[in-house]
Design a protein around this ligand. Sequence first.
Ligand SMILES: CC(C)(COP(=O)(O)OP(=O)(O)OC[C@H]1O[C@@H](n2cnc3c(N)ncnc32)[C@H](O)[C@@H]1OP(=O)(O)O)[C@@H](O)C(=O)NCCC(=O)NCCS
Length: 177
Amino acid sequence: MLLLRSYTRADREGCVALFDSNVPAFFAPAERASFVDYLDDDVVREGIRELVLVDGDRVIACGGLGLRDGEARMCWGIVHRERHGQHLGDLLLLVRLVLGARAGATRGGLDTIPAVTTFFARKGFVVTRAEDDHYGPGIHRRDMELPLTEATVATLRRELAHLLVECEVQVSPDLGL
Ligand SMILES: CC(C)(COP(=O)(O)OP(=O)(O)OC[C@H]1O[C@@H](n2cnc3c(N)ncnc32)[C@H](O)[C@@H]1OP(=O)(O)O)[C@@H](O)C(=O)NCCC(=O)NCCS
């Protein structure tokens, strides 16, 4: 059984290892410092709810939820490279959107690279802005948004309930899902 729970400082190295496992396919080495700053600083300063998915004592995925101005912001959603394709990325995305909606957000938002836009588009996200070379030379940025209507949230909830069973994930009660 996997466990989804809140991030603690003890998960820091495990989360950085998630990042490293996705270099260079998804992240440039130069982005590592930003991710470490995010974990060490942004998460606390910006009140981001950082979640981790653990298999025993091993962190296998992480992702943050920021809430501001009605937006549920998806921050640094990362699945360990060896665990891609097991629907854990979907699960982590759905959990954060559902928690965001519960906290009053009316839309989901994120920025990512073009190679990942289709992953989010499957859930209804659309590209709202494009900036080439934003993250580095040849590494383009795409901003995406998803309106969290009642009907959309109901669908996300159903999909999440299904995935929690399929992926055998237990959710820590303090997440309030
Ligand atoms: C993007 C990411 C989170 C996806 O996680 P994952 O666990 O491999 O994805 P899932 O197994 O949940 O995929 C769900 C579905 O999306 C599809 N999918 C996964 N990645 C995709 C991509 N990059 N483009 C299009 N479809 C994708 C899968 O094929 C699967 O399809 P199915 O439902 O028909 O089987 C993962 O690739 C990752 O951690 N990448 C590095 C970090 C990153 O880029 N994060 C996003 C922005 S910060």
